[in-house]
Write a protein that binds this ligand. Structure first.
Ligand code: NAD
Ligand code: IPM
Ligand code: MN
Length: 360
């Protein structure tokens, strides 16, 4: 029997609470199939670990993670540890070290999910964000000169390499082609006169290889507006690291809330493990109360199933989320319900258990 070895970094705040439910669902799926299993190895890394050791992860943490089939991550960051340390020394360094250059974030309005926009039907919000995930505005390069002095200067450099830009745009074209949908590039060449001029140029060059894919291109400010006023014009979307970060929170807001927004950090070549995590953070304001919404983390588990080639199960998990939303009974407070995190996980596992068996 095939066993998938999963490294679990539950992390901070609601991270451990929501990740438990995702694991519950993955175990349920494996049990239903009977042909594969998951083996979970827990890593206690995060802000508490930092407080005890002065590090966010073990010194050889990246080496330890390398041998796993995938990483399942809850959330990182908590008051008391500066965010730029906690995130750079754990989450961002994993994305970079494992060359997880594709960040896939679905923005899909499921039946039963609350959309704050008027006159919008489910089919109007069905986007797939493909965010560049290892360089760009998140290169980490910069400098802090003359600290504290009158002529203090801070530099934060964007790095857009030919290889890094071309591969993400090509990946997005391949996805759009496979799905038979349009591809929209979101950039900002009017103000960012090097990086985004280059981005637009590469988009144009690569598009020549995909005459069958209909394309569009927007400036990021206009795109943010259009996602609200006319979301149906977006299908597959490709954008830079920072723009993708911001726009996928906008996407979360129109597709049912941040508690539903899922993400996959993919290393397409399979040289390194890919990582699955919700879009949201550690939600310190509600941590420890058992009321964090686990649906985003569960949806990320469905992306893990897709990644391993079990798309039929991945779809079942999303179908189960949709059924739970339509039932409108077992929901966490962010969705106007009164259920706990684990009650939602239990209900999803039940729904999946009751589905017709699917051999993926
Ligand atoms: P956040 O996503 O943690 O929280 C924003 C708001 O959304 C809060 O009111 C929170 O209660 C709510 N929320 C988020 N997830 C929820 C869920 N699953 N169920 C119910 N409510 C939910 O963003 P923030 O407050 O800006 O960041 C908190 C910490 O998390 C910071 O340290 C930040 O750097 C970090 N962060 C980490 C990740 C990650 O690990 N991938 C992502 C974003 C933010
Ligand atoms: C996300 C998060 C991270 C990002 C932060 C925590 C560094 O906001 O995954 O969306 O900006 O990528
Ligand atoms: Mn974000």
């Amino acid at each position: 029997m095939k066993t998938y070895n999963i490294a679990v970094i539950a992390g901070d705040g609601i991270g451990p609470e929501v990740i438990d439910e995702g694991i519950k669902v993955l175990k349920k799926v494996a049990e239903l199939d009977g042909g594969f299993a998951f083996d979970f190895t827990y890593f206690p890394w995060g802000c508490e670990y930092y407080t005890q050791t002065g590090r966010m992860m073990a010194e050889d943490g990246i080496e330890q993670l390398k041998k796993f089939d995938a990483i399942y991550l809850g959330a990182v960051g908590f008051p008391g540890v500066p965010d730029h340390i906690s995130l750079w020394d754990l989450l961002l360094i994993i994305r970079k070290s494992f060359d997880q250059y594709v960040n896939i974030r679905p923005v899909t309005l499921l039946d039963g999910a609350h959309c704050p926009l008027q006159n919008v039907e489910r089919k109007d919000i069905d986007m797939l964000f493909i965010r560049e995930n290892t360089e760009g505005e998140y290169s980490g390069a910069g400098d802090w000169l003359f600290k504290g002095q009158e002529h203090e200067v801070v530099l934060q450099n964007g790095v857009f390499s030919r290889k890094g830009t071309e591969r993400i745009i090509r990946y997005a074209f391949e996805t759009a082609k496979k799905q038979g949908r349009s591809l929209t590039s979101i950039s900002k060449a009017n103000a960012l006169n090097y990086s985004m001029v280059f981005w637009d140029q590469v988009f144009e060059e690569v598009s020549a290889d995909y005459p069958e894919v209909k394309t569009a291109s927007y400036l990021v400010d206009a795109a943010a507006m259009l996602m609200i006023t006319d979301p149906k014009r977006f299908e597959v979307v490709v954008t830079s690291n920072l723009f993708g970060d911001i726009l996928t929170d906008v996407g979360a807001a129109i597709a049912g809330g941040i508690g539903l927004a899922a993400g996959a950090n993919i290393n397409p070549e399979g040289t390194f493990p890919s990582m699955f995590e919700p879009v949201h953070g550690s939600a310190p304001d509600i941590a420890g109360r058992g009321i964090g919404n686990p649906l985003a983390t569960i949806w990320s588990a469905s992306q893990m199933l897709d990644h391993f080639g079990y798309e039929a199960y991945g779809k079942k998990v999303v179908d189960a989320i949709e059924q739970l939303l339509v039932e409108d009974e077992v929901l966490t407070p962010d969705m106007k319900g009164s259920a706990s995190t684990s009650e939602v996980g239990d209900r999803i596992a039940d729904i999946i258990g009751n589905l017709q068996s699917v051999k993926a």
